[in-house]
Write a protein that binds this ligand. Structure first.
Ligand code: GMT
Length: 404
């Protein structure tokens, strides 16, 4: 006889605490270094630490899933190639894998990060399972470009809107993203905002004086930018801001990450004659060690649903100069934790950077404020929001016996 999700939950893990509600959760995500993949992986790890059983389903081992955990499982999606397939059908392979994992591992719920194509694959898997009388709810977390950029592409729009609407739960990582979703798609269900979070045990100010000396031997100020070097990040603006700072203050720029704009940015630094003061560090695992030696973080993006990179910097007591696009103003408080300006206003961002770097009293105050603000997004505060939401969705699903 098939167990219901609630029965499942109550029988699992009661050795911890008889009232503990342990769930078997499937997490679908991109396995990449930044953004949604990091949030999904860190969330899964934290849920497993709490006592839940977490099954990651992705096409590659998620970058931050680096060590063994007794309650974490990883299932790889592989797509068979066939001469007919100019485009390997990943979404179908993912849906098939989801059906297999949900059935075999007896999962209680599925949580997909980034709508495209994960929400559609989850919908397909749910329907296949329903035809076998196996019911499971899925929650979709919207991360940004799945709504603001890719999702608005006419080729994706109908599928994105449909698979979000069919989700049993929808979350967005900021109020701005919730608004963008409501404005751009006809969403009938409630979207719950659960912000991104930070592990303050990992991201914190630490003393890296020896490293700092190697990067800035003459006590130069260190500016830092981390991203996936896509156009939406406006890395050109980072370089122009740095060029302006350099005219007034001895400084170095650390560029962390990699992506399509990387070569162009290197060329730009050469053309401007500032390349000797810029270090390209590529993808780095120990980001917190680099942030710990920086004086200022620069994030002039065209859009950020949240700006997790800014939060990571702030947790390391690094004030942020950013654009005010999207959810960035919900994270970086202008005049307190750094400054924000309109997208493309390089002059304003340069002036703010120079002002902050030349005023020690202001800098100390902003560093402290940055940490205080980061604490609001501490993992221990955000994790229960997800757990409570899971329980709510599961309960409603059970009550409605939704196996449509
Ligand atoms: O920034 C990216 O291009 C990656 C992207 C992703 O989905 O992986 O990041 C988005 O999700 C992050 C985690 O929720 C947010 O902190 C980023 O602001 C968001 N990026 C954009 O909206 C451009």
């Amino acid at each position: 006889m098939q167990q219901t999700a609630t029965e499942n939950c109550l029988t699992q893990n009661s050795f911890f605490n008889p009232y503990f509600y342990s769930m078997k959760i499937g997490i679908v995500c991109y396995p990449t270094y930044g953004g949604s993949g990091v949030v999904a992986t860190e969330l899964g790890k934290a849920l497993a630490d709490k006592g839940h059983f977490v099954h990651f389903i992705a096409y590659k081992q998620p970058a931050r899933l680096e060590s063994f955990h007794e309650r974490i499982f990883y299932h790889e999606v592989s797509v068979s190639t066939y001469p007919l397939f100019d485009y390997p059908p990943y979404e179908s392979a993912l849906a098939g894998k989801l059906v297999d994992v949900i059935e075999y591992e007896n999962l209680d719920l599925l949580h997909v990060h980034y709508a495209i194509p994960h929400a559609a694959a989850a919908y397909m898997a749910k329907k296949i399972l329903a035809s076998k009388n196996r019911c499971i709810p899925y929650i979709t977390t919207l991360h940004g470009t799945d709504i603001t950029l890719v999702g608005r592409d006419e080729a994706f729009r109908p599928l994105v809107a449909f698979s979000i609407n069919e989700s049993d739960g929808i979350t967005a990582v900021s109020n701005d993203l919730k608004l963008q979703t409501q404005q751009n798609f006809n969403i009938e269900k409630e979207i719950v905002v659960i912000p991104n979070f930070i592990d303050l045990k990992r991201f914190r100010k630490s003393n890296k004086e020896h490293f700092k000396k190697a990067i800035a031997p003459n006590g130069e100020k260190i500016l830092i930018h981390t991203s996936n070097f896509r156009k939406v990040k406006r890395v050109d603006d980072v370089v122009y801001i740095f060029e302006n700072v350099l005219k007034k203050i001895p400084a170095k720029l650390l560029l962390v990450g990699d992506g399509p704009e990387r070569n162009h940015i290197e060329q730009l630094c050469r053309n401007l004659g500032i390349i000797d003061n810029v270090r390209f560090l590529g993808k780095q695992d120990a980001l917190e060690e680099l942030l710990a030696l920086a004086d200022l973080f620069i994030l002039p993006s065209e859009y950020e649903s949240f700006g997790l990179a800014a939060l990571e910097a702030m947790a390391c007591m690094v004030p942020v100069i950013s654009s005010n696009a999207g959810g960035l103003s919900e994270v970086n408080m202008s005049g307190e934790t750094g400054f924000t300006a309109d997208v493309g206003d390089v002059k304003a961002m340069s002036n703010f950077a120079i002002e902050l770097l030349s005023n020690d009293v202001m800098m100390q105050e902003f560093k402290q404020n940055a940490l205080t603000q980061a604490k609001k997004f501490e993992l221990k505060n955000v994790l229960p929001m997800y757990e409570n939401y899971y329980e709510k969705v599961l309960k409603e699903f059970q009550l409605n016996k939704e196996c449509k």
